[in-house]
Ligand binder design. Sequence first.
Ligand code: PMP
Length: 399
Amino acid sequence: MNYKNKFPIFSNIENHYLDTAATSQKPKVVLDKIREYYEKYNGNPGRGSHKLSVEAQSLLSNARECVRKFINAKRAEEVIFTKNTTESINLVAYTYGMNFISENDEIILGISNHHANIVPWQFVAKQKKAKLKYIYLTENGQFDLEDLKSKISDRTKIVAISAVVNVTGVIQPIKEIIEIAHSKNALVLVDAAQSMLHFKHDVQELDADFLVFSGHKIFAPMGIGVMYGKKEILDKMPPFLYGGDMIEFVTEQESTFAQLPNKFEGGTQNVEGAVTLEEAIKFICEIGYEKIEKIEENLANKALEELNKLDFVETYFTKDVERTGVIAFNVIGVHSHDVAFILDSFDVAVRSGHHCAQPLMKYIGVASCCRASFSIYNDESDIQKLIEGLLKVKEVFKL
Ligand code: PMP
């Protein structure tokens, strides 16, 4: 059983969508919610005493509470709405990084981080004359805890890592990383962009200092994201975007700032995004992570079995390691963009290129690759079409 019929796009177009890791398709309940929000409730939250404004404010609060429960944050005000993971990481880099990291301090990153969790830290390191250190991988593609233990020091201020590697789907040992970092009083930012759809995150159990993710990768629309931070840390950080709604008092020369969460939510918020993120979270919870994982695992295993039969295809980090339903692969001797182009002519959507992870690609010595990612709307027909497309690649390139 899969959930294809819950996603209207598949009754409108023919597509074997294997690119959920880039962005998920949207279920009908989420699409309906967008319309319902604008048809019944639209107002600017926190900016008026009329019914629609008050209603929008209360919808925003409900959505915040829903996210709080979803990640088990202690307090709703620890949940800050942003545009996406990238903005969430920039928020932490600009406010925590630029104020609490000094010359010769260290920022530790995973070599398999997405650019969104590298480039903001390069900016901070340059501005503050801090050092960037990278943690490399074990043979099976996992973050190397021994490497972390040998590189972390009393000067390490933050360790920023992905919970799941976007290129390979390898699940990283987040809990252990956090324990090691905390033993040196370093904070940890968990980039959950690739993990949120696949397993439960409990920020209190993990003891994560920051945890960020994008709505669009978990069945919600584009333009809504989350930055979770522990209250005691967020309270110390200055605001990020200055303007309306994030202030307490403004005089000609000075301003004082609002309490959390408003301090970090300058300007009109994406209420539609928050409300539909809530709907997407409810949708995920109704299905349950157990079922989601099972579907992905079955499909990825089946696909891997089929790919392994093709001697002109190689896969990366698919053995002896815990993964989400993602497979990184190449047709040997053919550029990934050419492969993806031919697959697209079979209506098979895969991502190709460097996947915004150039340091990882350089480290593993693979210039580019294709990535097939499976979700609850996929089935075996998608795998069959993928294989058919790859056989066509073999034929076209006379392999
Ligand atoms: N981190 C990871 C691990 C990702 O996979 C992505 C998206 N590919 C991002 C960050 C950036 O997400 P967004 O583009 O939604 O900001």
